[in-house]
Design a protein around this ligand. Structure first.
Ligand SMILES: C[S@@+](CC[C@H](N)C(=O)[O-])C[C@H]1O[C@@H](n2cnc3c(N)ncnc32)[C@H](O)[C@@H]1O
Length: 259
């Protein structure tokens, strides 16, 4: 059973597309001649929907039925039940591919990249991902220390990711750091960088795969210590300056091919 069939039951409630992320994605895509976009690991289709609403045709590839069942239907979105590693799509059937916070879930990322390269025929590939070297600077790891090893074993470093893509596509790569807004509407792992109270909400945690991997013991311990630090003012003493910031570079990156 796909991981997201187990953990994705309420995903669409908290993982809504963020307009700032969507705007940057559209900006990267509109710099080229693109009409059909493959969204690989499309989840519940929140970003596929934005693309469809902007006039693109979207091939939304998603292996989890639980995730697909939460999608909002749109005539320009074709849903495909498949893994990135075996795309049931003809060569050059998409002008571009996007991989939004999904690459780190692929079982065989090289095979997935080869497939994405085949389907896009060497045209544009855009990823939204996380730089694992940034995990040490995120205060959340103080409460949930195993996030460090989880992130390090799950995400490729940005330089590794770029050279893997380069070696398969033969194209140049560009990285764009994306500072997270304080009021991010897509509640992924760093959503609470300036709003620590969000992590105390089980509905928010259930849309974040890193929380699903914690032992019950680490989860309970981390939550009670965060709750206590918020009550005593300890968190605000250490990190309260973050509440004044409108955006912050937590480590998220757009990585895209340039050829
Ligand atoms: C964190 S979610 C991101 C979903 C969506 N892109 C978004 O931004 O909301 C990761 C998604 O990747 C999917 N996924 C996992 N393994 C995959 C694979 N091998 N091929 C394609 N998608 C996969 C999961 O089922 C899940 O829906």
């Amino acid at each position: 059973m796909a991981l997201y069939d187990t953990i994705g039951g309420t995903y669409a409630q908290t993982r809504r597309s963020d307009p700032r992320i969507a705007a940057k994605l559209l900006e990267i895509l509109t710099s080229r001649q693109v009409s059909t976009i493959a969204d690989i690991g499309a989840g519940t289709g929140s970003y596929a929907l934005v693309l469809a609403e902007h006039g693109y045709r979207v091939l939304a590839v998603e292996p989890s039925a639980t995730m697909r069942s939460q999608a909002i239907a749109h005539p320009a979105i074709q849903w495909i039940d498949a893994d990135a590693e075996n795309l049931p799509l003809p060569d050059r059937s998409a002008d571009a591919a996007i991989i939004m916070l999904a690459f780190h879930h692929f079982q065989n990322y090289r095979q997935a990249l080869q497939e994405v390269h085949r389907v896009t025929g060497g045209r544009q590939i855009v990823l939204f991902t996380y730089d694992p070297e940034m995990i040490f600077s995120f205060w959340l790891t103080q409460y949930f220390p195993s996030f460090v090893s989880d992130v390090q074993s799950t995400f490729l470093s940005i330089s590794e990711l770029m050279s893997e893509i380069e070696s398969i596509t033969g194209t140049g790569m560009n990285t764009i750091p994306f500072a997270l807004p304080h009021d991010l509407s897509d509640s992924f792992a760093a959503v609470g960088w300036a709003r620590p109270e969000l992590y105390l909400e089980s509905s928010v945690r259930s849309g974040i795969s890193s929380f699903a991997k914690l032992t019950d013991e680490e989860l309970e311990q981390g939550l009670s210590s965060l709750r206590e630090d918020l009550q005593t003012g300890e968190w605000d003493q250490k990190y309260g300056y973050l509440r004044q910031q409108t955006q912050h570079d937590v480590g998220y990156r757009f990585v895209h091919t340039t050829a």
